[in-house]
Design a protein around this ligand. Structure first.
Ligand code: PLP
Ligand code: COI
Length: 340
C-alpha cells in the first residue's frame, strides 16, 4: 500500500515520513540502530557540526518496480563515499555494514512512502553524519551521530527531462583545488548558496562551476556532475575538486555498454562550442539535459544541445538508467539492492 498523495506531481522537497534511523558513536564505539518518529534531535550547544562544519551527507534513491519490489541503487558506493567524506573532515567513519543496514531499515520502516511505479517518482534517502561531541577549540569531536531519513521526491530541477539552461560566473568558487570538493560535506553546499541564488534569480537552473585555480576548465554543475557528447563520445570533466558522482560513473559504464566511447578529462570552457548534447547528472538530478550555457562574465553563450529537445544519446542513457533503477531491464552490473 502507498499513501494517497499526488505522486505524479511531487517536487524535490521535504515531506514528513513516519520514521528515521539513528546510530550513535560514543565511548569509542557505534551503538545499535534506533528507530525514531521524531523530526528533531537533541544537540549539545558546542557540537562540532554546529561550529566547525563537521557534517557529511549522502543521497540515494529507492524505486518501486512494476513487480512491486523495492530497489535501492548502488547502496555500496554511497556507503564507501560516506567513509571517504568522514575521513576527509576527521569524523569517525561509519562502517559500511552499519550504513547499509541503517539505509535499508529506513526504507523498510517507511514502505508506504515509496512512490508507486507509475508515478515516475522515487524515495530519496538522506543519510547524514554529524559531529555531536562538544569542542570549543577547533578539533574533531569525540562523538558522532548517523541519521537516515527518507522523503518521496520528484525531479530536482523543475524541468525534469527537458532542456534547461545554466550560468557560468567567474567570481564564485564552490571548492578550492586542494579543498573538500571531492567529498560530500555540508560546507561545500553552503559555499554554493549565493552563486545558486544569483543563477536562479537570473532565470537559470543552476551554476556551472569552472575550476577555481585557472577558471579555464569545467568543474561541475550545481549539485550534479557535467557531461557532454562530442563527435559521439561521452566526455566528462576530470578534476580534483568535483564530487565523484555515482550516477556519472554509472552513465560511463552504460555508455560503454551501448558502444559509446567515454572519456574523463579536463574540458576547457571553449570546448562547449563543440558539443552536440550535454547534461547534468546526479542522484537528485538523474539526467537533466542542458540547452544553453551562458558565461555571464564574458557574455559568450554556448548551445550545448543542438535543437530544442534532449539529444539522442542523452535520452538513451536516461532511459537505460531509469529502466535499471525501476527493474524494467536486467541489472547486468549488480547495482541494485532489493529491500526484502
Ligand atoms: N556533484 C555534487 C556537488 C553533488 O551534490 C551530487 C549529488 O550527490 C553529485 C555531483 C552527483 O552525485 P551522485 O550521482 O553520486 O548523486
Ligand atoms: C543528490 O543528488 O543526492 C544530492 O545530494 C544533491 C543534493 C544536494 C540535493
Amino acid at each position: 500500500m502507498s499513501k494517497s498523495i499526488d505522486w505524479k506531481n511531487l517536487s524535490f522537497s521535504y515531506t514528513k515520513t513516519d520514521y528515521n534511523i539513528r546510530c550513535y558513536y560514543r565511548d569509542g564505539k557505534w551503538g545499535e540502530l534506533e528507530v525514531s518518529s521524531s523530526e528533531n534531535i537533541d544537540l549539545h550547544i558546542a557540537a562540532t557540526c554546529l561550529h566547525y562544519g563537521q557534517e557529511a551527507f549522502e543521497g540515494l534513491k529507492a524505486f518501486k518496480g512494476k513487480d512491486g519490489k523495492i530497489r535501492i541503487f548502488r547502496l555500496d558506493e554511497n556507503a564507501k563515499r560516506m567513509v571517504r567524506s568522514a575521513e576527509g573532515i576527521m569524523m569517525q567513519p561509519i562502517p559500511v555494514e552499519i550504513f547499509e543496514a541503517a539505509v535499508i531499515k529506513a526504507v523498510k520502516m517507511n514502505l508506504e512512502w515509496v512512490p508507486p511505479y507509475e508515478s515516475g517518482a522515487s524515495l530519496y534517502i538522506r543519510p547524514l553524519l554529524i559531529g555531536t561531541g562538544p569542542k570549543v577549540g577547533v578539533a574533531p569531536a569525540d562523538e558522532y551521530l548517523l541519521l537516515v531519513f527518507v522523503t518521496p521526491v520528484g525531479p530536482y530541477f523543475k524541468e525534469g527531462f527537458r532542456l534547461t539552461n545554466v550560468a557560468v560566473m567567474h567570481n564564485f568558487d564552490r571548492a578550492a583545488p586542494n579543498g573538500t570538493g571531492h567529498i560530500k560535506v555540508g560546507g561545500n553546499y553552503a559555499a554554493s548558496l549565493k552563486a545558486g541564488a544569483i543563477s536562479k534569480e537570473k532565470g537559470y537552473s543552476t551554476t556551472l562551476y569552472l575550476d577555481s585555480k585557472e577558471k579555464k576548465y569545467i568543474d561541475e554543475c550545481g549539485p550534479a556532475n557535467f557531461f557532454g557528447i562530442k563527435n559521439g563520445v561521452y566526455i566528462t570533466p576530470e578534476s580534483k575538486s568535483i564530487l565523484p558522482s555515482i550516477t556519472n560513473m554509472s552513465l560511463i559504464q552504460l555508455a560503454q555498454d551501448l558502444g559509446i566511447k567515454a572519456e574523463r578529462r579536463p574540458i576547457p570552457i571553449e570546448e562547449l562550442a563543440e558539443l552536440s548534447e550535454a547534461g547534468a547528472c546526479g542522484t537528485a538530478a538523474v539526467i537533466t539535459p542542458i540547452g544553453w550555457v551562458d558565461d555571464l562574465d564574458t557574455g559568450t553563450s554556448y548551445q550545448v544541445t543542438r535543437g530544442d529537445v534532449p539529444g539522442p544519446i542523452t535520452t538513451n542513457l536516461y532511459n537505460t538508467l531509469r529502466a535499471i533503477q525501476y527493474g524494467d531491464i536486467e541489472d547486468k552490473h549488480g547495482w541494485i539492492k532489493f529491500v526484502e
